[in-house]
Design a protein around this ligand. Structure first.
Ligand SMILES: Nc1ncnc2c1ncn2[C@@H]1O[C@H](COP(=O)(O)OP(=O)(O)OP(=O)(O)O)[C@@H](O)[C@H]1O
Ligand SMILES: [Mg+2]
Length: 286
């Protein structure tokens, strides 16, 4: 694998993730499964998709939720076709894991900790670098074609609705941890995603977002997605104070959470930061 060449491709779409890209490419080369973990909006999906695109291999996705079964991941038999032709190739509808194995592509399993452990257990043999196969009941064993690899994402901050992952799962993977990008790097990401040329506006949107993560009033802050959205809403024309406040509320009110002991509303707390960053009404030191 030409790691430097693929890294160059990935860098066109990913800011400040060079070390993580190299680590992931080395793991893919050695058939080691990868977990990308990090809070919402830290770039997990973008990283996995960009690597898959740069490798020019097919991409198959599954999203973890409590109803996801191993049958959905492996594939199932169409009852009408089974009556016609029995259990076999004609009646088998492959799921994303099987398709990735057959076509030598990426099996991307998003939010794996939301899926039941049984479903993950059923995929372990595919992830094992010595086995790289799965058993389809009443059919056959499927062996992965060269080029097959697996990437999982999980958000360790999310405990509600998530299942403890089996030890054997972690044992087969390496973990790549992503954190929120800040300052100039975050500004570069917003510029790349929005095409906005107003540096001042981007800077304000990034600082605003960071404040929601650092100010004591907030239990949960917003990610770079919020900075991207706010920039998009404000970038085309000179916005008045009222429009800026409306855009801020629209972008942030569903993403942030106040500390339980705060008696003010989310709007009031957001407005306080807006006053400081966008309307510059800070009390001047005299
Ligand atoms: N390092 C980065 N370089 C370029 N774009 C980035 C980077 N980090 C985040 N982004 C952008 O930020 C947004 C959020 O990223 P992404 O969707 O990958 O987050 P995520 O970690 O998968 O979040 P979630 O857990 O909510 O699914 C996307 O628009 C993505 O393009
Ligand atoms: Mg994602």
């Amino acid at each position: 694998m030409q790691v430097q060449k693929i890294l160059g491709e990935c860098k066109k779409n990913l800011i400040d993730l060079d070390d993580q890209i190299i680590l992931i490419l080395k793991a893919i080369e050695q058939n080691i499964s990868i977990i990308i973990e990090g809070e919402s909006g830290t770039g997990k999906t973008e990283l996995a998709k960009t690597i898959a695109l740069s490798l020019k291999r097919p991409f198959y996705r599954a999203d973890g939720d409590e109803n996801l079964t191993i049958t959905q991941l492996r594939g199932w038999f169409d009852p009408a076709l089974v009556i016609e032709s029995g259990f076999g190739e004609k009646s088998f509808i492959p799921g994303p894991l099987t398709l990735a194995m057959l076509n030598g592509g990426l099996f991307f399993f998003n939010e794996v900790n939301r899926a039941p452990s049984e479903s993950i257990n059923g995929a372990l043999s595919a992830m094992d670098y010595s086995e790289r196969s799965i058993e389809i009941p009443q059919y056959k064993s499927i062996k992965a074609t060269d080029g097959f690899y697996t990437i999982f994402t999980l958000n360790p901050a999310e405990y509600i609705g998530t299942n403890p992952l089996p030890e054997a799962f972690f044992d087969r993977c390496i973990r790549v941890h992503l954190t929120h990008k800040t300052g100039k790097i975050a500004e570069k990401i917003v510029k790349l995603r929005t095409g906005c040329t107003d540096k001042g506006l981007i800077q304000k949107c990034v600082i605003f977002t960071e404040k929601t993560r650092t100010e004591a009033n907030f239990e949960r802050g917003a990610s770079i997605r919020a900075a991207i959205q706010l920039t998009q809403l404000l970038m085309d024309e000179e916005s008045k104070e009222k429009q800026i406040s409306q855009a801020i509320n629209a972008v942030y009110s569903g993403k942030v959470k106040l500390q339980p002991d705060i008696s003010r509303s989310i709007e009031e707390c957001l407005d306080e930061i807006a006053t400081e960053i966008f309307f510059d009404k800070r009390p001047k030191n005299v």
